[in-house]
Design a protein around this ligand. Structure first.
Ligand code: ADP
Length: 370
């Protein structure tokens, strides 16, 4: 099957074309709606089509078998990938208050595509869906319950496509059925989150009502005392901007690229060293919590930019965790092995590349050929 995966953001359109699970072309149209860029999403989609035709990948969108869309927020309604129709479009629209920056941009991609190729099957794959298996005790906040009932304020979690993909891969590596496998999956990219997977299902995750919660990220603060933004607003500081764009690693040391922070730390920069320590401390905090929630852990999985490439962070995260059954092999970690646990470690430690677009293509196919 030829499946086009679209990630339609507010100012960019990323696309990847798969032919029977093989990626055959990809591209990105940036600066949509900006000066010097393309006018709107319709034009961006036309650019993408032209690029794919010029590359000899397709004759037109009409010859695709399906389009899979990344959609950020599926609320409580969407617990699995879903074939898009008018009802689904309306439901995604109704979820805009929960994801005011992302869902509208995702919707534009869906509607433009439906307009261009009305007969082409389209599927929505939601970042939140994998976490809809969380129990109530994990997703409720201890705030007046009316806020949940009336406005849907609860933990949703994100990066679900990635956590789900690496969880399935990890079970394959373990040679166990996914529904008998317990995992802690660490998606450490620019955004970062951790997920507790019990018998193949998400039972807890570090991101919350929004992707601002949980781990220390490139520019996002992760967990903080909820009084802090209230204090900031009283001082006339724009908490929304500061906590989303000027915090995290960048807030601590002025830099959000982990590779550069490691270099600066190695040269003796104290702020960079401290930033890495805070970053790692938070990850370890969640590992401890999730071991307690899961009771038994088959494997820890490192994925995304930092998880896949930073031996230093993996080493710091696993240091001294032997009492939890987690023992890293220094040599295997430095070599970049797939399983970096020591032979004596009861818990396996995997480094597995994530591939959210491939997962969207696979899920799209599953929806069309159940
Ligand atoms: P995104 O969330 O934007 O998809 P990625 O998953 O690509 O992000 O992760 C980006 C992060 O990965 C950056 O902080 C980058 O510094 C880090 N990274 C990539 N390669 C390395 C490396 N070799 N060592 C340390 N960090 C790395």
């Amino acid at each position: 099957m030829k499946i086009l995966v679209l990630n339609s953001g507010s100012s960019s359109l990323k696309y990847k074309l798969y032919d029977n699970h093989e990626k055959v072309a990809e591209g990105v149209v940036e600066r949509i709606g900006e000066e010097g860029g393309v006018k709107d999403h319709r034009e961006a989609l036309e650019r993408a089509e032209r690029a794919l035709v010029d590359a000899g990948a397709i004759d037109s969108f009409a010859m695709l078998d399906a389009v899979g869309h990344r959609v950020v927020h599926g609320g409580e309604r969407f617990i699995e990938p879903t074939r898009i129709d008018a009802d689904v479009i309306e439901a995604i629209r109704e979820l805009i208050p929960l994801a005011p920056l992302h869902n509208p941009a995702n919707l534009v991609g869906i509607e433009m595509m439906a307009d261009k190729a009305p007969d082409l099957p389209q599927v929505a794959v939601f970042d939140t869906a994998f976490h809809q298996t969380m129990p109530r005790k994990a997703y409720l906040y201890a705030i007046p319950i009316e806020l949940y009932e009336e406005y849907g304020v609860r933990r949703y979690g994100f990066h679900g496509t990635s956590h789900g993909y690496v969880a399935r891969k990890a079970a394959e590596k373990l040679g166990k059925p996914l529904n008998e496998t317990n995992l802690i999956t660490l998606h450490l990219g620019n955004g970062a989150s951790v997920c507790a997977v019990k018998r193949g299902k998400s039972i807890d995750t570090s991101m919350g009502f929004t992707p601002l919660a949980g781990l220390v990220m490139g520019t996002r603060c992760g967990d903080i005392d909820p009084e802090i933004p209230i204090l900031m607003e009283k001082k006339g500081i724009d908490a929304d901007t500061v906590l989303n764009k000027e915090s995290g690693l960048k807030g601590l040391c002025g830099e959000n690229d982990v590779r550069l922070i490691q270099e600066h730390a190695a040269m003796g920069d104290e702020k960079s060293k401290t930033a890495l320590e805070v970053y790692v401390h938070r990850i370890r905090h969640y590992i401890g919590a999730y071991v307690a929630e899961l009771g038994y852990v088959d494997a820890i999985v490192f994925t995304a930019g930092v998880g896949e490439h930073s031996a230093l962070i993996r080493q710091m995260v696993c240091e001294g965790l032997e009492p939890l059954g987690i023992a890293l092999d220094t040599q295997r970690n430095l070599q970049g092995d797939e399983d970096i646990a020591a032979d004596r470690s009861p818990v396996r430690i995997f480094v597995l590349p994530t591939d959210e677009e491939l997962e969207i293509a696979l899920q799209t196919e599953t929806v069309l050929n159940p």
